[in-house]
Design a protein around this ligand. Sequence first.
Ligand SMILES: NC(=O)c1ccc[n+]([C@@H]2O[C@H](COP(=O)([O-])OP(=O)(O)OC[C@H]3O[C@@H](n4cnc5c(N)ncnc54)[C@H](OP(=O)(O)O)[C@@H]3O)[C@@H](O)[C@H]2O)c1
Length: 223
Amino acid sequence: MKTRKPHIILKLAMSADGYLDNEEPFLFSNEKDSTAVQKIRGEVDAILVGSNTLRNDDPSLLIKDPSIVIERVKKGLTPQPKRVVLCGASPLNPNAKLFNDGMAETIVFRSVNAKGDEFFTDLVKVKTYSSDRCRIDELCESIYQLGIRILLVEGGASLATQFIESGLVDSLRIAYSPKLIQNKRATKILTANSILASMHLHKIEYLNDMYAQTYRSNQTSTE
Ligand SMILES: NC(=O)c1ccc[n+]([C@@H]2O[C@H](COP(=O)([O-])OP(=O)(O)OC[C@H]3O[C@@H](n4cnc5c(N)ncnc54)[C@H](OP(=O)(O)O)[C@@H]3O)[C@@H](O)[C@H]2O)c1
């Protein structure tokens, strides 16, 4: 049976030498790119990240531009997209911003074997799956069942790789920083080229010293 899934947008930022993260803090974005990303967040029902991104970056995953929030509400959307975290059985930081700021609904998908749910406040919904690893198609189906129809996947590398390999991505936006990381221990996505065979280049954005390419799946009929 075909997976019922949201429309999936995968967003990645890469250094000029193809890395996605670094041991030292690295700013992948510039102001124009951040504005463009805010607009993408404005269109989606939820944003998904992997648990290491939460541990390492502690993102809020919020829309900060009030005019985008107003436009969402006019369209009947929630002011902020829901925030979804995928984790296995490893512990999460209960002090992470998105578990405590009360700015948007936050949902954690975690293994039934994970411990520490008592740390979550009422602001956090926990959904469990039965093994230590969750299949991406099953995760997408569960996210769809929560009423989420457009999902933005914001990394990190492990999650992005699994989405690419799942073939479920409808739109892939890669923003390229002009800066080099030059650290062989940093992460690259090795499978990124293989996905492009089943996609076509839809748009290039020129963002001062950066640019971003958006690819669309050849299978996606919408938009
Ligand atoms: N350049 C970019 O576009 C970008 C975007 C976002 C983040 N990042 C960077 O990426 C780094 C983190 O990337 P990462 O690859 O280490 O981690 P990640 O993708 O953020 O998270 C990986 C973790 O998510 C959980 N997970 C992933 N797939 C799962 C599955 N199928 N079932 C159950 N749990 C699953 C596991 O959690 P457990 O550990 O709980 O088992 C796993 O350790 C951060 O340092 C961040 O700065 C880069």
